[in-house]
Ligand binder design. Structure first.
Ligand code: SF4
Length: 232
């Protein structure tokens, strides 16, 4: 387990899907297997994220400086936010309650408050995006004052001959007013997940939850267990 934090956003989302998947993500992530289709979607998501970040030409990319030293992200983020009147940061790190989150784009306003942009490559606002955003809001709001929290997703493509055909490829939804309400529930989930990680691997059986909201990358591993049990 990395120093300084126990959970990340992706582990939290994994834990909401399955306690066993969370445990494997923390203690045996090498078992994960992603399909070619999943890898293609990850790549598409990254490309869309880069294209949004390009709209902040002076943005400082914390991941470019610290690479995989994720435990150090919150320290550098705090230094940069505290020494600039305004600044745009990519992959800004925030840590609260043993949860580390990295925000895609953070803009510090002159009054010190933050505009947060989370970039999602889908064209609709799914429940998973909302849960993901709610965790980010929970952590960041305990570290800094948030002015707005926005989800940026793909704008629906307008027909070429429509007046909107030259409009932005990005659609922004301000979720600031909605996210605070989820904090109590998030705190409960975090406590449950921390407890799971103090025990051995859960024996959770496979089922429908292995496929939604994402196909679990440990399906081959859990299926092996089932095959061994049926041999007995
Ligand atoms: S395959 Fe299913 S049971 Fe196994 S870790 Fe993934 S979600 Fe959990």
């Amino acid at each position: 387990m990395p120093q300084g934090y126990i959970l990340t956003k992706s582990k939290y989302i994994r834990g909401l899907q399955c306690d066993r998947a969370l445990w494997l993500d923390v203690f045996n992530p090498k078992l994960a297997r992603y399909s070619a289709e999943q890898m293609r979607r990850f790549d598409q998501g990254r490309e869309f994220e880069y294209s949004f970040k390009a709209t902040f030409p002076d943005g400082v990319d914390i991941s470019a400086q610290l690479k995989r030293d994720t435990g150090a992200y919150p320290v550098l983020t705090a230094q940069l936010l505290d020494t600039h009147d305004t600044v745009d940061l990519f992959e800004a790190g925030f840590l609260y309650n043993d949860v580390l989150v990295l925000a895609d784009v953070v803009h510090r306003r002159p009054d010190g408050s933050l505009d947060i942009y989370e970039v999602k490559s889908g064209s609709t606002l799914s429940d998973t995006y909302r849960r993901d955003a709610a965790l980010q809001h929970y952590v960041i709001s305990h570290c800094r004052q948030i002015n707005t929290f926005n989800i940026v997703h793909k704008a629906r493509t307008a027909p070429v001959d429509s007046p909107d055909s030259s409009s932005s490829p990005f659609s922004t939804i301000d979720l600031t007013a909605d996210l605070q309400a989820a904090h109590t529930e998030i705190e409960h989930h975090i406590a449950v997940m921390k407890d799971i990680l103090t025990h051995g691997e859960p024996a959770t059986p496979t089922g429908q939850h292995c496929l939604t909201p994402y196909p679990c990358p440990y399906q081959h591993y859990c299926a092996q267990g089932i095959r061994q049990m049926s041999l007995f």
